[in-house]
Design a binder for this molecule. Structure first.
Ligand SMILES: *[C@@H]1O[C@H](CO)[C@@H](O)[C@H](O)[C@H]1NC(C)=O
Ligand SMILES: *[C@@H]1O[C@H](CO)[C@@H](O)[C@H](O)[C@H]1NC(C)=O
Ligand SMILES: *[C@@H]1O[C@H](CO)[C@@H](O)[C@H](O)[C@H]1NC(C)=O
Ligand SMILES: *[C@@H]1O[C@H](CO)[C@@H](O)[C@H](O)[C@H]1NC(C)=O
Ligand SMILES: *[C@@H]1O[C@H](CO)[C@@H](O)[C@H](O)[C@H]1NC(C)=O
Length: 937
């Protein structure tokens, strides 16, 4: 796997290039003189154009590949240096440099000055004495990495908050638009720059969207604010063509970046097919090829002094960027998922002879590595999500094992955000997950630093910690591959980016690379089944199962979770936990529980220092209703919004839809959730309008509704949503007030009767603090009138921290969704970002006022990650939330907030660690209710 460090081609010396040019010019001048003399007096003869020298220079440089100037690594100041930035010295840091295929770690010092890295290792006294304004940071052994590089982002073009005036991702003016430039829409006021920097992101490749086959040119930017405050000043190594068409040809060209997309998106946007998209590519490339051939022909003649009828250099501003692709001077970033699309593009590259820098999303690449190697030129890198998959057909076979499998085939792996699809602030978490599922640690760290820097062609200045590189570095509070790793400080061009960073103390174990589980079998199954390994439970054991080597057991005690550390035996082995017919009957040393050893057919499972804990609940997505979000035929579909249109008369007046009637079992997301410690799903009917309907609670691991234990509770709570502006928010409030007044008809009226009497909880999806404040008022008003207490929960609740006290006083519960906030819309803009930007996160801010807090998800695929979300929330709390509190966030608390009446008793057996770390692997679900242990092998 040495592929990761880019091979730098030998650099021709600029001086020799100049000499060559001078020689050529001399020849041209002589030829000009000679031919002018010779042709004197001959009518129709070739006249040498007066700009012959420029033409020759242009032709000479036409095929020069981008590279840094020869003396680049001798620079003593960055072109991005901001005057007044003081030099900084880190002492005693563990520096992951990205070099030696990501294997090099230097424990020592790091000196930044003039926007570049001056020295790495042991910095001599003499060097330091020369500074009088040196900032010294004692890293105390903490990890430092290069700044994180996001190969695939829409920062600034798909801005936060999303506003109609700031949607500059996709032009819909045609399938092939290589002349467009993302920089022309770059919003310098996107709220996300600061947030992403706080996650250690220093550089992002800002791509146009994927609506078109060729959506336009991308630009790689540094995220920090510049003194000029312009979009252009954010660009890293702006291509010379950015400024105008007259380029100083004595400078080596700089890399350009371009977006391509195939598959579903262009087909959908243009009501076309894959055939149309590939034809559009071929047509576009054919136009570029014709121009390129004319240019090459022109230059052949010009360089041979054949000026006769030569005319103008053939050029076309619309096509010049695509011609540059054919000249190998553009890094092509191709959004492309499926084997069929990858195949089409590999053929295209061979037909037109250009190479792809990276396939992005690329969910099926791990199934066709040999095909990828047939791409023209350099084998493309693969830029992936870790676990975001199954949202449309082309993502259905996406696998968490893809990074590992691709790396094993020798392909370069990049983890990317597609920001704001994933919040790029947490791009490192993608690398962490890839590592969890088997990508080696050196490659996992490289996948968000040195590999993307190399793919972009900027590895001479970013992505590595190396003398002379840009001073973009991150000082971490824990090992960057450990869960919740957070920057203590982020430097871009040597400038510290976080004004007064807040850091939490992290467990000692989090200072090293996590010892991740063995997924060899899962990988084999995935490949064997063409990306769709069977996920159903194969073994349900109704007998006796003895778990040995159990380090910790978390059990519910009423409304809380309690951690018990059972006694180890004399030999040092951890405890045994005996389960009979799904019930725990003994926790103790093997000796304590010896009476169970002889039960017939007893099954023994070594948890290797692992744990047993309550199963988690997934709430907030369409889990159990949808197989593939983008495919209506696979889903339950959306309910009617009674505020927008009348419901069909056949439904009767005041009908309320029940999610339980739309449940679909064995969706892949549900089965994966089950295998990730989430045995219960709570789902409301899908709705984008005011009234959702009645939620339901179901088992994520079972096969159909009629199986015992499949539906835990038919009806849990009534769900409504307040926040869209059609019709107005105030109209939605009026509807709610009206329903509270007891005028609702039919079943809806009955539901509100139950809500008023406190029997049925009302879960309101709401993000804005202003709307929450109105709802708190309404709740008081209604409760005074009725003399009862309403059970009310806000889900979403990005802005809830602004009303923590009022929400606590009103006894309203909160489900944070997403668990780590993002200012995606105006109404969810005022987030509490958490460390390192603020001391508190929303969980700690709300629990300080005794608010019951739960954690939800937004999309089905992320149910599997709830275990990590809750652990992360607690890790940010600097010790104020225990592991038990973390588990409560997605178990007992959600039960209460969502109206689950009978406690969920399922327990999860985790090998090697807990649900809350990257060492634990879920191996079983213990179900007292069903009287079995499901063994997840
Ligand atoms: C570096 O930091 C580590 C961890 O805090 C500490 O044990 C060690 O003594 C420090 N070394 C020096 C040279 O300060
Ligand atoms: C753009 O033009 C200005 C003025 O000529 C020059 O200072 C600047 O360096 C140019 N930028 C690029 C990217 O070529
Ligand atoms: C976190 O806790 C440690 C003590 O455990 C304390 O020194 C530090 O200041 C705390 N950090 C924050 C941001 O409160
Ligand atoms: C939260 O609850 C605890 C224990 O009941 C109580 O002591 C404390 O005053 C409460 N805090 C607030 C802010 O209400
Ligand atoms: C498990 O224990 C519970 C009570 O602790 C009991 O109600 C249930 O019947 C037991 N299940 C089996 C299969 O023994």
């Amino acid at each position: 796997m040495d592929k990761i460090v880019g091979h730098t081609p030998p650099k021709p010396r600029l001086t020799s290039l100049r000499l060559l040019l001078a020689a050529v010019l001399l020849v041209v001048a002589l030829a000009t003189y000679y031919s002018a003399t010779l042709n004197w007096g001959h009518a129709g003869s070739a006249t040498v154009p007066i700009n012959a020298a420029q033409i020759v220079q242009k032709c000479q440089t036409l095929n020069i590949l981008p590279r840094p100037p020869n003396d680049f690594d001798q620079r003593i100041q960055s072109d991005r240096f901001e005057t007044g930035t003081p030099p900084t010295l880190f002492r005693n840091a563990s520096i992951w440099t990205g070099r030696v295929s990501g294997h090099e770690v230097i424990v020592g010092d790091l000196l930044l000055d003039k926007g570049i890295i001056k020295e790495v290792g042991q910095v001599k006294r003499g060097v330091l004495d020369a500074y009088d304004d040196l900032v010294v940071i004692d890293a105390g052994g903490a990890w430092i990495t290069p700044g994180i590089v996001d190969l695939h982002s829409h920062l600034g073009v798909d801005s936060a908050p999303a506003l109609q005036g700031a949607s500059d991702t996709n032009s819909l003016k045609g399938l092939v638009l290589p002349w467009l430039r993302s920089l022309d829409g770059l919003n310098t006021h996107d709220d996300a720059y600061r947030l992403s920097i706080s996650g250690g992101i220093t550089t992002a490749n800002v791509l146009p969207g994927s609506a078109d086959a060729i959506g336009g040119q991308a630009f790689t930017i540094k995220l920090r604010p510049t003194s000029e405050r312009s979009a252009s000043s954010m660009v890293l190594e702006p291509p010379h063509t950015l400024n105008g068409t007259q380029v100083d040809l004595s400078l080596p060209p700089r890399w350009r970046q371009m977006k391509h997309a195939c598959g579903e998106n262009p087909s959908r946007v243009y009501s076309g097919t894959r055939m149309d998209t590939i034809w559009a590519f071929r047509q576009g490339y054919d136009s570029a090829r014709r121009i390129k051939e004319k240019q090459d022909d022109y230059c052949r003649r010009a360089l041979h002094g054949q000026w006769q009828d030569l005319g103008e250099f053939p050029e076309d501003l619309q096509w010049e960027a695509l011609v540059d692709v054919l000249r190998g001077r553009v890094k092509v970033h191709n959004h492309c998922y499926e084997a069929t699309d990858l195949d089409g593009i590999v053929r295209l590259t061979n037909e037109f002879k250009f190479s792809i820098a990276a396939f992005h999303h690329a969910h099926e690449t791990y199934l066709v590595p040999d095909l990828l190697k047939k791409a023209y030129g350099k084998t493309p890198a693969i830029a992936l999500f870790a676990t975001n998959a199954r949202y449309k057909r082309e993502a259905f076979r996406g696998s968490e094992f893809a990074p590992r499998i691709l790396a094993e085939y020798g392909l370069s792996v990049v983890m990317k955000s597609d920001h704001p699809v994933l919040n790029s602030r947490h791009l490192l978490h993608e690398a962490q997950q890839a590592h969890f599922y088997g990508l080696p640690d050196n490659l996992a760290l490289a996948s968000v630093t040195s590999t993307p820097a190399t793919v972009l062609g900027y590895d001479h200045r970013i992505g590595f910690i190396k003398q002379g590189h840009d001073a973009d570095v991150v000082l971490w509070d824990s090992h960057p591959l450990s869960l919740g790793a957070t920057p203590k400080q982020v430097f871009i061009d040597g400038i510290p980016q976080i004004r007064s960073p807040h850091t939490s103390a992290k467990p000692i174990a989090f200072q090293r690379v996590p010892n991740t589980p063995d997924f060899d079998n899962e990988v084999k199954e995935t490949l064997q089944h063409d990306g769709l390994p069977p996920l159903e439970t194969k073994i349900s054991n109704p007998g006796t199962v003895i778990f040995s080597n159990v380090r910790s057991v978390f059990l519910r005690r009423g409304k809380e979770i309690e951690e018990i550390l059972p006694p180890a035996d004399v030999a040092g082995a951890f405890a045994a936990v005996v389960v009979e017919r799904g019930n725990i009957t003994c926790i103790g040393t093997l000796l304590d529980c010896s009476s169970f050893q002889d039960s017939p057919g007893v099954e023994r499972i070594d948890l290797e220092g692992g744990s047993i804990s309550p199963s988690l609940i997934s709430y907030g997505s369409h889990l159990g209703l949808n197989h593939i979000d983008g495919e209506p035929s696979t889903n339950d579909g959306q309910v009617n919004d009674p505020l927008k249109s009348n419901s069909p008369p056949i439904l009767g007046n005041g009908n309320v839809i029940q999610a339980v009637d739309g449940l679909q079992f064995s969706t892949r997301d549900a089965l994966i959730a089950y295998r990730s410690g989430v045995a219960t799903g709570v789902t409301a009917p899908s709705s984008s309008g005011f009234l959702g309907g009645l939620g339901t609670a179901f088992n994520t691991g079972l096969g159909h509704r009629l199986q015992s234990g499949a539906v835990l509770q038919d009806i849990t709570a009534l769900h409504v949503f307040i926040g869209s502006s059609k019709p107005s928010v105030s109209t939605q409030m009026a509807a709610l007030r009206n329903l509270f007044s007891g005028t609702g008809e039919g079943k809806l009226g009955a539901c509100f009767g139950d809500i008023l009497s406190g029997k049925l909880p009302l879960v309101i999806k709401v993000q804005s603090a202003d709307i929450m404040a109105s709802l708190i008022s309404l709740k008081k008003e209604v409760e005074v009138q009725s003399g009862t207490r309403i059970q009310m929960t806000f889900s979403g609740a990005n802005e809830a921290h602004l009303l923590a006290k009022e929400i606590g006083d009103a006894e309203i519960g909160i489900i944070l969704q997403p668990s780590r906030p993002f200012p995606g819309t105006w109404k969810s803009k005022r987030i509490l970002p958490g460390p390192p930007l603020t001391k508190d996160n929303s969980v700690t801010a709300l629990t300080a006022y005794n608010v019951t807090v739960g954690v939800g998800v937004e999309e089905q695929w992320s149910s599997r990650n709830i275990r990590f979300d809750i652990a992360w929330a607690a890790l940010e709390a600097n010790g104020s939330l225990s592991k038990s509190d973390a588990i409560a966030l997605a178990s007992v608390n959600l039960e209460r907030l969502l109206g689950i009446q009978n406690p969920i008793t399922d327990l999860i057996a985790v090998k090697g660690g807990t649900l809350l770390d990257f060492e634990g692997k879920v191996v079983g679900v213990i179900s007292p209710q069903r009287g079995v242990v499901d063994l997840l092998v």
